[in-house]
Write a protein that binds this ligand. Structure first.
Ligand SMILES: Cc1cc2nc3c(=O)[nH]c(=O)nc-3n(C[C@H](O)[C@H](O)[C@H](O)COP(=O)(O)OP(=O)(O)OC[C@H]3O[C@@H](n4cnc5c(N)ncnc54)[C@H](O)[C@@H]3O)c2cc1C
Length: 521
């Protein structure tokens, strides 16, 4: 690696990293950035191929346990796809969707500008992200180098010589273990026309969008990305049609909670076509999208559009490594691992999105840590299970545990506490509320959210919780751990709520907890 930029021993501030990362991304300069300690003669305990959530956290943990590790990544920054193309843009777009829903709801009233019939630029928001993302990249490089003492080679492609030897340029690196943390990429659609200009996925949207989409957008898929990005497009003022082969949002198992989430999206103007059959995207003479055909139970419909978004799930970045190393893979190329994160080869581990669903940051990071512990001799097992989950519509939707329907199949005495309570006006009741909900509460009560707690009336244990609104996500992280430890209605009743917050579960439980045979509420 004679041509690498050697940064070892030089202090790199966050501002300096930001300039280096921006320069490398803009110029496409492929000069590797090497941070390798020339004074450490120890063999590496592990080489992490990929420095995203799984690789960086695994490497940091290995190092914390006294090991020597090297991360190799093709991007000029550590942190992987989350800050570059995935979670961070998704959250930016979802923030915009929430803000725009508020502004459209109160358009022309109070101090709100008149947004009626106005479209907001998607291109400007994408450009805002593209220009701002080097900030988080710089922080992660700074943290990894200056605070965590990690060794790495960035902006570099590698080749595998054997399971203990990795080549970067002319340099070979040897390690006792190899950890594969190469992530995943959006599934390529098997739809005619899917490669036309104007067809995007979550990666290409932030990298390639260079025009302002017109007023109709077609989203293909019914899962998290499809809905999250669809709600953003809709909130910008465009007609947004979501086309799904099956149901939309099947991951929200509680029927009532899912219905509220869908109703609120429909009231924002989202259109859904479920159980849609054959689809084809047609292009014009310049291979640019001009329309989409969709087969529905009532016939084929054609929609004119210059922008199609594919949210179809992901496949592993495993083609090369699986073949070279002869690793066992499953559906969509996901690498098979045991509970220690070991692949079918001894001393080769795989972690993160590369090993398959759930494709979430906590799972990627925890798998990285699990591999690190095993490499450093601390026998460790991990399998993602019973975790809390969330997604964005124009709201934040959180859930954990069992749905009401699942709970009723398993328990004979299920009790429900929810807001708004059942009433003849449906959702037109001004509770629940909390931060970011108060304007809706006063002026459009039906938009102030929905929440539901599912309880086993016999043991008084919490079985599940659902919340649609804002501000519950943080709480659900902790609530889930408590529920797994057997949290009861009485424990919740004894907590100190920071009122007004999505803490209604606490106060609803307090209202009922005195009763040994409490009823639904
Ligand atoms: C649109 C979207 C939104 C999401 N939102 C959320 C969210 O809100 N919350 C959440 O928890 N999860 C979210 N996720 C999932 C989350 O982003 C992933 O689970 C997480 O990033 C996986 O981390 P990883 O380390 O496995 O992979 P990555 O972070 O993708 O890291 C893989 C690394 O490998 C490197 N690499 C790949 N191939 C090579 C190669 N040949 N040579 C060198 N380096 C290579 C890449 O450069 C990258 O740095 C979202 C995903 C998407 C697509």
């Amino acid at each position: 690696m004679t041509t690498a930029i050697d940064v070892w021993g030089d202090y790199f501030s966050i501002a300096k990293w930001q300039a280096v990362v921006a320069e490398a991304l803009e110029s496409g300069d492929s000069k590797p950035i090497a941070n390798i300690n020339p004074n450490d003669s120890r063999e590496f305990d592990a080489i992490f191929l990929g420095g995203g959530a799984a690789g960086r956290f695994g490497a940091a943990y290995c190092r914390a346990l006294g090991g020597r590790v090297l991360i190799i990544d093709r991007w000029p920054f550590l942190g992987g796809s989350c800050p570059h193309q995935a979670c961070v843009p998704h959250h930016l777009f979802s923030d915009c969707a929430a803000q725009l829903m508020l502004e459209r709801t109160f358009s022309g009233k109070l101090w709100f500008q008149n947004l009626n019939d106005k479209m907001v630029s998607i291109k400007n928001i994408v450009e805002l992200f593209r220009n701002g993302r080097t900030g988080p990249h710089a922080v992660m490089n700074y943290q990894s180098k200056e605070q965590l003492g990690l060794e790495f080679v960035l902006n570099a492609e590698f080749s595998i010589v054997d399971p203990q030897t990795i080549q970067v340029g002319e340099c070979q690196f040897q390690a006792k273990n190899l950890v594969l943390a190469l992530g995943a990429k959006p599934l390529v659609a098997e739809i005619p026309g899917a490669r036309l200009k104007g067809v995007f996925n979550s990666q290409t949207l932030v990298e390639n969008l260079d025009y302002e989409p017109a007023n109709t957008i077609v989203v293909i898929g019914g899962g998290k990305s499809a809905i999250e990005y669809g709600c953003f497009f809709n909130a910008t003022g465009r007609r947004t049609l979501v086309v799904a082969r099956h149901q939309v949002m099947p991951m929200i198992k509680d029927v009532e909670s899912r219905a509220y989430a869908i109703l609120m999206m429909e009231e924002q103007g989202m259109e859904f076509l479920e159980n849609a059959g054959f689809m084809a995207i047609q292009g014009d003479s310049q291979d640019k999208v001009k329309s989409v055909s969709i087969k529905t139970p009532s016939g084929i419909i054609n929609v004119d559009t210059d922008f199609v978004f594919l949210g179809l799930g992901e496949q592993a970045n495993s083609e090369q490594i699986a073949q070279i190393l002869g690793l066992e893979t499953g559906e969509k190329g996901f690498i098979k691992v045991n509970r220690h994160m070991q692949t079918s080869l001894p001393n080769v581990y795989a972690v993160g999105d590369l090993t398959g669903p759930p494709m979430e940051m906590f799972k990627a990071r925890k798998e990285g840590v699990c591999a690190a512990k095993n490499i450093m001799g601390q026998v460790s097992e991990y399998k993602a299970a019973d975790y809390p989950d969330f997604m964005h519509t124009h709201y934040e939707v959180c859930w954990l545990g069992l749905s009401e329907e699942e709970a009723r199949k398993r328990y004979g005495n299920v009790k429900i506490m929810k807001l708004p309570p059942d009433n003849p006006n449906g959702f037109d009741v001004g509770l629940p509320a909390g931060d970011r909900m108060m304007l809706y509460l006063m002026a459009k009560p039906r938009m102030s959210g929905f929440q539901k707690l599912i309880i086993d009336g016999d043991t008084r244990k919490i079985l599940g919780a659902f919340h649609i609104g804002y501000g519950a996500k943080d709480g659900f992280q902790y609530l889930n751990s408590l529920v797994k430890k057997g949290l009861t209605i009485d424990d919740l009743a004894d907590m100190d709520e920071l009122f007004i917050s999505p803490s209604y579960f606490i106060q609803l439980c307090r209202l009922r907890a005195g009763d040994p045979h409490f009823k639904n509420m």
